[in-house]
Design a protein around this ligand. Structure first.
Ligand SMILES: [Zn+2]
Length: 222
């Protein structure tokens, strides 16, 4: 009993390796949650208390199965909108660069590891901002891969080239530390929250929160 998954709330001896380039200690063998899912949930379970959030409206883009059940329970069937461009299991087919919802439709938005797939990511950032209520918040996560600035080259279009440049056949850029600035340029106020800001060292080890968990980009309309 060396690991605990906060999502399925089960103990296991270890987490399994996972990833294009396999990362050790990555995936919960019981529910399949990986590092970033666990960190996001640990942050959100404190924030979205059922009492306060049961009548609020959540938009979840490209929903992760492990989080879908959690969010569905809190927000309720009617107020929990799952959306994706191609996945047929979601409620709404949505291109996040052109969202068919009025201004200020949602209280919260969760969009993780989506923007690195979108050529016009600034348009998506602005659209997500538009459909969020003024007092709402969004968690907009991407893999921060580049040590310097964001690397993007729109002449790189084939899956092979993208794999070579970005380490994933479907990514269109490697975000760098200027990701926050890009969000701010699109109107967001951004707070970057690290695991150690709200978890102690023992919790971080026990729940397999690693560098691959990334950080929480907590965005408001400030
Ligand atoms: Zn689990």
């Amino acid at each position: 009993m060396n690991r605990y998954c906060p999502i399925c709330q089960q103990n296991s001896e270890s987490f399994k390796p996972f990833g294009h380039i396999a990362r050790d200690d990555a995936m919960c063998p019981i529910c399949g949650a990986v590092e970033r899912h666990r960190l996001s949930w640990l942050f959100l379970e404190k924030k979205i208390t059922p009492q306060e959030y049961k009548n609020k409206k959540m938009l979840h883009i490209a929903p992760e199965n492990v989080l879908k059940n959690k969010f569905g329970t809190i927000f309720g069937e009617e107020n929990y909108i799952t959306a994706d461009l191609t996945d047929k299991r979601v409620k709404v087919k949505m291109d996040i660069t052109n969202i068919a919802y009025p201004h200020e439709s949602f209280d919260c938005i969760f969009c993780s590891h989506v923007l690195e797939h979108i050529v016009d990511d600034r348009k998506a950032m602005k659209e997500l901002h538009r459909v969020l209520k003024n007092d709402g918040w969004a968690i907009l996560l991407v893999p921060i891969v580049s040590k310097g600035k964001t690397e993007e080259d729109f002449s790189v279009v084939t899956k092979e080239e993208r794999m070579k440049h970005y380490g994933d056949p479907d990514h269109v850029r490697n975000y760098g530390i200027d990701y926050k600035n890009r969000l701010e340029e699109c109107g967001w106020s951004v707070e970057v929250i690290c695991a150690k800001d709200f978890l102690d060292a023992q919790q971080i080890t026990l729940m397999g929160i690693t560098k691959a968990s990334g950080e929480i980009y907590f965005c408001t309309k400030g």
